[in-house]
Design a binder for this molecule. Sequence first.
Ligand code: GLN
Length: 485
Amino acid sequence: MSDITKQSLTELVENIKNKKLSSTDVTKAFIDRSEKSEKLNAYITNDFTSALDKAKKFDQKPNFDFKLPGIPMAVKDLFCTKNIKTTAGSKILNNFIPTYESTVTENIWNEGAILLGKLNCDEFAMGSSNETSFFGNVQSPIDKNLVPGGSSGGSASAVAGQLTPVTIGTDTGGSIRQPASFTGIVGLKPTYGSCSRYGIVAFASSLDQAGPMAQNVKDCALLHEVISSYDPKDSTSIDFKRNHYGKELTNNIKGKKIGIPKEYRVDGMPKEIEDLWQKGIQYIKDCGAETIDISLPNTSYALPTYYIVAPAEASSNLARYDGVKYGFRAKGENLIDMYEKTRSEGFGAEVQRRIMIGTYVLSSGYYDAYYLKAQKVRKLIKNDFDEAYKKVDAILTPSTPSSAFKIGEKTNDPVSMYLNDIFTVPVNLAGLPGISIPAGHDSKGYPLGLQIIGKAFDEQNILNIAYAMEEKINFKNKITDWWIK
Ligand code: GLN
């Protein structure tokens, strides 16, 4: 069968189940394409040899009851994988081999999938362009000058470039939705507590969530069904009744009320984004749903709040990397000297910036003025959504304030880099689910995404809305294969 890598996850599962394809065929095809993808720099570690072994084993004794039977899959290098190097894109974890598996990846392998390798990401998931990785930046399969977005940039490039049928990323402030939007794919950030954080290298624990990234909404729903589970090993995991997100997917959204928040019309937003949003509103109406103007008055405080809360939690989480417990250790004249050298050589510039900001806002003199204040504002942002959801079932916004920017364009200007997260961070602060779907192209032909934000635990609803819209949008990604060796 030709063009295996062009098939969606759903098609591959079907073709393996009805024996038109073997797991070995599929795994080989994705390995071949991945081997030609060096220029994208999407992989940090590959596990191709053992992937092929596992595929052969699967074919000898196939189990078609699995949801992902013999499906190869690469994952973001922030998920701990037992006996396989897990770096979080950092020099400090360059030699870290976990002795345990993250719950989310375990759920994936338990449904029959096979690990292809570990995908590049911003260092400790801090970034919006995949340029902070110790292992070098990732390029977009759309255009060699473009960033793929971040921090799950390797994941986005790998799905858009068809190196893996689907993948998982993590989203603390937009790291699934923003790169999905930049590369023309679908990315879901689930409700906080839906997917276990056990075994995910921590960035900001009250915001981090794992989620699926896929070529289309159906694949995204299927993978979400696999990864979302209650996990007693994560004290913030929530025991709620999960849907069969794939099976229950429907494009019937007639009568749904979708909010359009006026505060997302930010200063300086390109007309193309506004036009895309208007098109989105029309698609919603074409699907038989209704749009309602709403207000989320504290939206403009979300970004400053996020850039206090996230670094504060990061500075505390990253205290564990001291050269003793994990990974890289620099030589020092005494213990303190060793700590200092390990941390200043092991962490990159962006991570050091976050640790400094975080330590500052948590320091006794500034805690009340910054951290405590930010927590209060966070609650107000959450209240805005609660208020809005008295009137609407979901909210539609653009995913990002621009299309993908050029490599190097924002590296010397962290604030302009942070501004890229303006539409995604409120969702994390409020713990809500949000999905980005590709919805059009800008004048340069680069993909643009729309975001649908749901009520807590209402993933099925936003997946359904995305599914209905996807049909109307009929998006075709412009992948040129410029990078094929
Ligand atoms: N770009 C944001 C940041 O740098 C979000 C990162 C993320 O979601 N992991 O913090």
